[in-house]
Design a protein around this ligand. Sequence first.
Ligand code: NAD
Length: 284
Amino acid sequence: MIDPVPDIELNDGTQIPQLGFGVYQVDPAETGQAVSTALQTGYRHVDTAASYRNERQVGEAVRAAGDSAYVTTKYLSPTDDHGAQDAKEAFARSFDRLGLDRVDLYLIHFPVEAGDGYTAAWRALSELRGDGRLRSIGVSNFTPQQLGRVVDDTGVTPAINQIELHPYFQQAELRREHVERGITTEAWGPLGQGAVLDDPVLREIAEAHGKTVSQVVLRWHLQLGIVVIPKSVTPSRIRENFDVFDFRLAEDEMRAIEQLDRPDGRVGIDPHTFAFPKERVDEE
Ligand code: NAD
């Protein structure tokens, strides 16, 4: 089978498949089946996190398929004071649970401002990157100021910032900041966690192409150069979300989708008010 998914080059010289498969809120009991279906469909990139508590099942499914998928996982500080040592220990536990030769991308899941803050965790990730178990490092839910602070503090630019991004919440300013800094934008909640799927403008564009709204939205992300990681546990939808390489949105369609951006378009967790769990988020 010819692989239709383009690779995007990150600022550390490595490549990431532009379309991946997300497993947030996927029950561990369902994760193996969902990831296996995705890998059989042709996805070769899976996005998990320690806090999803399904890294073990992701690792098993990836190993069963020949260990060739790109795997991302994430560090979530248990308190509002990220510590370098905690980040290193959490990485070791994620690495063990995944059971793969290496982790392709490790992200700081949410920034916190208190104490030594996320800069200590970022320094820890920078040190981990050299040791063979980890290829690329990045962040998630960081603002322009927070990106500036880690770069100024360590001289190491995150390869990726993974942020909420979909037609109702397009984050144009943050995306411009990423371009200036050479950071790749990765969209979480790329379908607005389902919120955009009934939109009449998107529906009209979908009908014109004989595609679904979900496919149009994913196509929009791909044409903007964004790395995108839709989630589904339904096999037909997993396949539908991969079938996005046989059509192209015209300039006027891209512009019509740009008009759908809303000041109140956020549907997921707001990083500014995110409450840290106060206890370790991952399993033993
Ligand atoms: P999403 O935008 O991918 O939406 C997922 C929901 O859309 C599914 O639950 C399903 O109900 C629906 N859906 C999916 N495909 C569909 C289709 N073809 N037709 C109809 N409905 C469909 O939302 P998400 O899961 O929140 O985000 C994707 C991934 O991003 C996650 O799984 C996770 O890996 C990552 N994520 C990261 C963060 C972060 O803070 N870094 C936060 C949330 C999610």
